[in-house]
Design a protein around this ligand. Structure first.
Ligand SMILES: C[S@@+](CC[C@H](N)C(=O)[O-])C[C@H]1O[C@@H](n2cnc3c(N)ncnc32)[C@H](O)[C@@H]1O
Length: 314
């Protein structure tokens, strides 16, 4: 039996209602194991190669492991604290970015290419925006939206530190983004309950994760999805992600959005894309992935949606 008394009671209740007993137990066990989660980071290819980062970590006596699905990801040895990195030139010069493994997934799935118009709709503090910039060699036309003022400043600061240049940072409510804009690729890393990131014993999470929060974020997710699918070009691709493990924020949102936007459909994600190395829990929408929380991964949801190309009339 898992001790769930250290987890937010609303989270436990929702997980037990959403998943079968075995899956719910695994998910809740992952939340309780989160306290042991190692520090993970991404080599920032805009400033340093993964080899350079590996050598610098070795020189500093910091042990690490790698993952089979992303050469730029590093998993520091158990017990290594973030503060071990703070004094390193690597960190000060923006050659690395502290980022959870799960949050490295959406930019990989987005598959943006140089020259494309790309929107990161909810961008601060900028981990995924800068990763998209790195993956496109700094050659995509990137727009990054953030509604919250101080967070938009942090976003601009981080992008500058990481050498992600020529990004149009917009401090704006992305639900009201002018429909004059249009994009080839959109990342919607939506505001959510954060239930995938909860660590047992976190009293603030107990207070924060409530029916009221769920109701607030699901309204916002719906409006953001509608705007995203409106400003997506025909033939364009949207990646929707949350760090939540609740279906109401994930597959239920996507399924409902696809009913409202009949020209869009799921572009199936295959676990094999990640060498079968993601800890997944079955969800109710085929072709989308729910990563269950484990000792290494935060709980996370990923869906890829494609808009039909315009049919040419003869
Ligand atoms: C999950 S966080 C994004 C994390 C970010 N993608 C990253 O990887 O660093 C969600 C962000 O969306 C912002 N946000 C919430 N509602 C928004 C809206 N309507 N328009 C723009 N940004 C919004 C929040 O302030 C928050 O910074």
């Amino acid at each position: 039996m898992i001790d769930t008394t250290q987890l937010p009671s609303f989270l436990v209740q929702e997980v037990e209602a959403a998943y079968n007993q075995t899956d719910a137990e695994q998910v809740l066990a992952g939340c309780t194991a989160a306290c042991e989660r190692p520090v993970t980071l991404r080599a920032n290819a805009l400033k340093a190669s993964a080899d350079e980062v590996a050598q610098a970590l070795e020189a500093a006596g910091i042990g690490f492991g790698r993952v089979p699905w992303y050469p730029d990801a590093f998993v520091l040895d158990a017990g290594t604290r973030e503060r071990a990195l703070w004094e390193l030139d690597l960190y000060r010069e923006g050659k690395i970015y502290l980022q959870s493994l799960s949050s490295m997934l959406p930019p990989l799935v987005l598959e943006a290419a140089a020259g494309e118009d790309v929107l990161d709709m909810c961008a601060a503090p900028g981990g995924k925006t800068s990763q998209i910039a790195a993956l496109t060699g700094g050659n995509a036309h990137l727009t990054a939206c953030e509604m919250n003022g101080p967070r938009a400043e942090k976003l601009a600061y981080n992008l500058d530190k990481l050498g992600a240049r020529n990004i149009n940072v917009m401090r704006t409510d992305a639900r009201k983004l002018d429909t004059f804009f249009s994009f080839d690729r959109i990342l919607l890393d939506a505001p959510c309950t954060g239930t995938g990131t909860v660590r047992a014993g976190d009293e603030r999470a107990q207070k924060r994760i409530t029916p009221n929060l769920l109701s607030k974020v699901t309204k916002s997710q719906r409006a953001l999805l509608d705007r995203a699918l409106t400003v997506l070009k025909p033939g364009g691709v949207l990646v929707y992600s949350t760090c939540s493990i609740l279906p109401a924020e994930n597959e239920d949102q996507v399924r409902a959005a696809l009913k409202r936007h009949r020209d869009c459909e799921v572009a199936p994600l295959e676990p094999a894309m990640f060498s079968g190395a993601l800890p997944l829990v079955p969800n109710g929408l085929e072709g989308t992935l729910t990563v269950r929380p484990t000792k290494e991964f935060e709980g996370f949801y990923l869906a890829k949606i494609k808009k039909a190309s315009r049919v040419r009339k003869k």
